[in-house]
Structure formats: C-alpha cells, structure tokens
Design a protein around this ligand. Structure first.
Ligand code: 7TS
Length: 402
C-alpha cells in the first residue's frame, strides 16, 4: 500500500507537524467517511423507517445497507447486527439483557484483569444484582490469557465468559476461538469485546462461533456515536429489550406492548443514521486495503519501534512481544502524566493513563502507562519522530533531576 498517498486521505494529517499515535483511543477519519456523512446531511437528512416519501426511503435504504456491510464484514446474518451508541453500549446491552435475565447465585461469570472497564463493570453489576460469582482468569507472567489458565477457572457453573479479543493496554490477541469452543462444552455463552480487534483483524463470527461480539465505529475510521453488537439470532430473539420507546415496538396497548423482531427491538428512537452511513464508508475503505495488510503493517511498525526503544536505557516496555500495533511503556522515574506533556510539545498525540483498564495497570504494579498505538496511516517516519522525542524527553527529565 502506498502509505504516503494514504495519509492524504485523512484531513487531520494535512498538518504535517502532527504525529498521530493514539488510534487505540480513536482513529482518524478519511475523507470518504466525512463525505458520506455530509451527503446524508446535505441531501436526505431525514428519519428512517417512517417517512412515506422519497428521501426517507433513501435514508432508510442507506442506513440498512450499512447494516448489510457490517454483517458481511464479520460474516453474520443481516438481522444479527444491532446498532448501538458504541462498544460500551453493546457490551452493556449483553450484560443487562442476557446477564440480568439468565444468571442466578449458582452461576459463574469469567472475566480477566485485561478487560476494559466497559467489559468488566457491566458484569460486576450483574454479579452484584444476581449474586452470580465473578471469576478472574489468572494472567500468565507476560500478562496474557492462556488456555491453560482459562481451563483452571472454567467449570460446569460457568454461564458467561466475557473477555476481550485484543487488550487495549497490552495489545495481546487472546486465543478466543479455543476459549469459545471450551466454553460451549460447559454450556456457557461467550461475549467478546472486539473494540481493539475488529478495526485491525478479519473476524468471522461463524468461524470463531462467538455468541456476542461488540465493537465501535470510531476506532475503525468511522464516526463516533455508533457501535455494533453482533449476537446469534437465537439468543437475540430470546433477549428482552433494555430500552423502550418509539420504533422498537409492534402493538401497544394500555398495559402491555409487543416488540419488533431483532435487531429493531434493541434500537429504540431515532438511530445514529449519519453515523451508520459513515461506518459503512469506513468498512468500504478498510476492505479496499484489506485487514490482513493493515494488521501486518501495524505489527511491523510496532516491532521497528520496540527494537529502537530497547536500545534506549531506562525505558520499561510492558508488552514487547505483542502481536498488534500497541506499545505500553514508561520512562523509568518519570510519571507518565509528566512525560506525555513532552510528547505533546512535539505535536505527538499518544495516551498516558490507565486507559480505562485499571485492573491490568494494577496487575503491572504501575500507576499508569504511556501508550503508542498504530494504524494504517502511520509510517516509519512517525516511529522515528516518536523515538527522537522519547530520547529528548528522557534527556530533559534527567536534566530536571527526575
Ligand atoms: N473495549 C476496549 C477493548 C476498548 O479499548 C475500548 C475503548 C472500549 C471497549 C470502549 O469503547 P467505546 O467506543 O465505547 O469507548 N478504549 C479506549 C482506549 O484504549 N483509550 O480510549 C478508549
């Protein structure tokens, strides 16, 4: 792929002094996504599923064709795709609808310390309400979820397994297909947090056989305000809605009502129409390049950067062997919140903090980490800028007596 040509597709990168290394928080958006959304607002910015006039038919058709694109993107059926506000909403929907209605005090829920708060906190809530037991897979010495350790916590009482596909701090890919297969043998359902996986790796939900899979539009070149919940149709059909209102209902009487079929019973009110259309354009863009190419490119950038970082004394890298484009690290003796201001001074966008994953930060026994994350628009030039800045940051803080 011609990376320099590709940078031109991203208006934010027209500022040549800017280095964007924070895709794990949110990706940049290409012109084609912005254009697709502009077109909606300029030409047919009306509601869906209700207007009996031409531009409403167009809006509905574009909105539903975005659902079609998402379903093809992960190889699901059309009606197994629920549009949500983001990955967080999708993960919460599973916990609130499936979890609260199916679990009891006899049951166990498996999670891990690698989870983003949006995966672990909804299940903490389910555990508090239903008294089902929350069980943590012990991480191995590298901080990974392994099959060996997963088997130690999986048992006949396990009813839900709620794990991430790719960790947003460690960048590890979990052995999710085997985890799902083992979980199904004891009758547990698996809800996969794919927020950091779907933007970078081909996912075939039929192949991995997950029960639920959640991800966000804004981490995969799409707009904010839209996420996806994939659920197996037979599960979604049995699950009650968690939000009630317009468009999700069928017949309404004074004291009871019935719901539309899935996915519509989960999408009350005016949906994120422009956002769905933008997400469709993002999927077109990603598929045009190919996710295999993208993930290979990110891994190469990460390996190149890690090898340079390892030549600098006093840099602690927490995940040098990650398979993805995420590097978590610290400059010894320097608080990451101090260090981040130095990178910002060089117009390098990256993240410092607990990354909404405090459990793994505690597992690492640090206060926070710095994080670099790559995507298709990054180049080795970006890596070199970051390395230069890192060397200068270290020198600066040493001189300041840190
Ligand atoms: N799950 C994972 C693994 C994530 O990395 C994130 C966001 C979410 C869920 C939630 O996604 P949202 O779109 O609903 O916010 N992760 C990050 C991050 O690492 N830095 O900022 C947001």
């Amino acid at each position: 792929m011609d990376l320099f040509k590709l940078k031109k597709d991203f208006p934010v990168l027209s500022d040549k002094t800017l280095t964007y290394l924070d895709t794990a928080a949110s990706s940049l958006k290409p012109k084609s996504v912005i254009k697709a959304m502009d077109e909606y607002y300029e030409k047919y910015s009306v509601n869906v599923h209700r207007g009996v006039y031409n531009i409403s038919f167009i809006a509905t058709q574009k909105y539903e064709s975005a659902r079609e694109k998402v379903s093809k993107f992960i190889n699901s059926q059309f009606d197994e795709i629920v549009f949500t506000r983001g990955a967080s909403s999708a993960l919460n929907l599973v916990a609130s609808s499936y979890g609260l209605n199916n679990l009891t005090a006899k049951d166990e829920i498996i999670v891990s310390e690698l989870e983003h708060h949006s995966q672990v906190l909804p299940w903490q809530n389910v555990s508090n309400i239903t008294k089902a037991k929350l069980v943590y897979v012990p991480l191995n010495e590298e901080g990974r979820i392994t099959i060996e350790n997963f088997k130690k916590v999986l048992n006949e009482n396990t009813k839900v397994v709620a794990l991430n596909y790719v960790s947003n701090v460690m960048g590890y890919i979990a052995p999710i297909k085997e985890i799902i297969s083992l979980s199904h043998k004891v009758g547990a359902v698996v809800t996969v947090d794919a927020a950091q996986a779907a933007p970078h790796h081909n996912i075939d939900v039929k192949d991995i056989d997950c029960d639920f899979l959640s991800f966000s539009g804004h981490k995969m070149l799409g707009p904010t305000g839209i996420g996806i919940l994939y659920g197996k149709k037979e599960l979604l059909q049995k699950m009650p809605p968690i939000e009630f209102g317009g468009d999700m209902n069928d017949n309404v009487d004074k004291f009871e009502a019935s719901w539309k079929d899935t996915p519509y019973k989960f999408e009350t009110g005016t949906p994120p129409i422009a956002e769905a259309i933008g997400l469709g354009a993002a999927i077109d863009y990603l598929e045009n390049i190919g996710l295999d190419k993208i993930s290979k490119h990110e891994k190469e950038l990460k390996d190149y950067t890690v090898s340079k970082m390892q030549q600098i004394d006093g840099i602690e890298i927490y995940n040098p062997n990650a398979e993805t484009g995420i590097i978590s690290f610290n400059i010894k003796g320097v608080h990451p919140h101090d260090a981040i201001t130095f990178f910002d001074g060089d117009n390098i966008c990256m993240r410092a903090g607990h990354h909404c994953a405090q459990l793994v930060i505690k597992w690492l026994q640090v206060v926070a980490t710095l994080r670099v994350s790559f995507y298709l628009y990054n180049t080795t030039e970006d890596c070199d800028k970051f390395i230069n800045s890192l060397i200068n940051a270290q020198k600066f803080f040493k001189e300041m007596g840190f």
